[in-house]
Design a protein around this ligand. Structure first.
Ligand SMILES: Cc1ncc(COP(=O)(O)O)c(C=O)c1O
Length: 397
């Protein structure tokens, strides 16, 4: 073993992928309801993205950000058109996109609000990444253990608590960073009244409203961005995962006026906005903007929602089914690990979000027949779970 053992890995060794399917070394096929952790939203080895990347590989792989990179402008123009946020900073991952947002928030707090120690408010159970600043922003103790001393300037509030919000946003708050559905934290959606009040307070007090769309973005919740479903207008959003459909790329998008706080020398990334990553992101956005994908994504997602409520919500041990679009959590009254293992045996790959929540992040291109097959396989796995009574020793995941 020569890898740092940072991941608790499953024994499965996928060797081939196509659409919503993965194949292992023995040729067994699986419906991949993980999308590589919410990344391959358009399915594995998407033909249009593949062709765009291949073409770019023949032309130019990398130049530094000291030169003009027209593909970055094309992608940022498309992102601006889709989001209403005209400025983009490109990076390589979700943590880096959030890191950029946190740095921008501090510059904004100092330069616009005159704060000596600008503070960023985040929420309990949130997840924003694994760098020192983003794990500090994250509202989960497990990601912080052993990493002190952590950076200052963060305040965490309970999620969906309007009174705590009203009391917790102070004169030193520069920005609020939140997920509109907490993914890693258990698939918990933000309440609409909480979001409305948050937006109102941010506007009144000139606090930046920053939405972490790393997991919810790129169609995961049914629209291209979750903020569009929620009916709010953020000042900043962060993206990664689905933006390159498997080619690493991240982005921070911001409203007009914020470019003044992120001038030359303020931030950078050697690989950020690399031409190959940009070719992938452009192909992904063309799929969203030039095909009937948005319609199909919504239609099949509605079918998935109906099946989950009709056929999964009533299964034994299920406490609640919650989520939106292609992002679902099934909360059990017991540990979920044995179920995950049984599901895998039935040919469906899923995730956890905490010890008792089964998380489903299928590719958004999963067809109706595949959605139905996955739900049938789930019912079968539940039958087996009933037989073992949730015995944790069954878990091989
Ligand atoms: C909401 C959210 N933000 C940030 C991240 C971190 O992204 P990355 O692993 O690409 O750094 C994740 C990853 O799961 C996430 O779900």
């Amino acid at each position: 073993m020569t890898l740092f053992p940072t991941y608790q890995r499953n024994d499965l060794r996928p060797v081939h992928g196509e659409g919503a399917w993965l194949w292992d070394e023995a040729g067994k096929k699986y419906l991949d309801f993980t999308s590589g952790l919410g990344v391959c939203n358009l399915g594995h080895v998407h033909p249009r993205v593949k062709e765009a990347v291949k073409e770019q590989l023949d032309r130019l792989w990398h130049v530094s950000n000291l030169f003009q990179i027209p593909l970055q402008e094309e992608v940022s123009e498309r992102l601006a058109q889709a989001s209403g946020l005209p400025f983009t900073f490109f990076c390589n991952s979700g943590a880096e996109a959030n890191e950029a947002a946190l740095k921008l928030a501090r510059r904004y707090g100092r330069e616009r609000k005159g704060l000596a120690k600008p503070e960023v408010v985040t929420f309990q159970s949130s997840f924003h990444g694994r760098t020192l600043a983003t794990l500090t922003a994250t509202g989960q103790i497990k990601v912080k253990e052993g990493f002190a001393p952590l950076p200052e300037g963060f305040r965490r509030l309970p999620y969906n608590d309007v009174s705590a919000l009203e009391a917790g946003l102070t004169d030193t708050t520069a920005a609020v960073l939140l997920e509109l559905i907490q993914g890693e934290g258990g698939v918990h959606p933000a309440d609409p009244p909480f979001l409305r009040r948050l937006e109102e307070l941010c506007r009144e007090r000139e606090i930046l409203l920053m939405v972490d769309e790393v997991q919810t973005g790129m169609g995961r919740t049914g629209s291209l961005f979750a903020f569009q479903e929620a009916g709010i207008q953020p000042d900043v959003i962060t993206l990664a995962k689905g933006l390159g459909n498997g080619i690493p790329v991240g982005a921070m998008l911001g409203r007009s006026g914020l470019e003044a706080h992120f001038g030359p020398g303020s931030h950078g990334s050697t690989f950020g906005g690399n031409p190959v990553a940009m070719a992938a992101a452009k192909a992904v956005l063309r799929e969203w903007m030039e095909t009937d994908l948005p319609v199909r994504v919504k239609e099949t997602a509605r079918h998935l929602a109906v099946l989950l409520h009709e056929r999964v919500a009533g299964l034994p041990f299920v406490r609640e089914v919650r989520g939106q679009g292609w992002m679902w959590g099934v909360e059990l009254d017991r540990p979920v690990a044995p179920l995950l293992s049984l599901l895998q045996e039935q040919g469906v790959l899923a995730l956890v979000a905490g010890p008792r929540v089964l998380r489903l992040l299928p590719p958004l291109v999963t067809g109706v027949a595949e959605v139905e097959l996955a739900v049938t396989r789930m019912e079968e796995a539940w039958l087996l779970l009933e037989e073992v009574g949730g015995d944790e020793s069954v878990s091989r995941v």
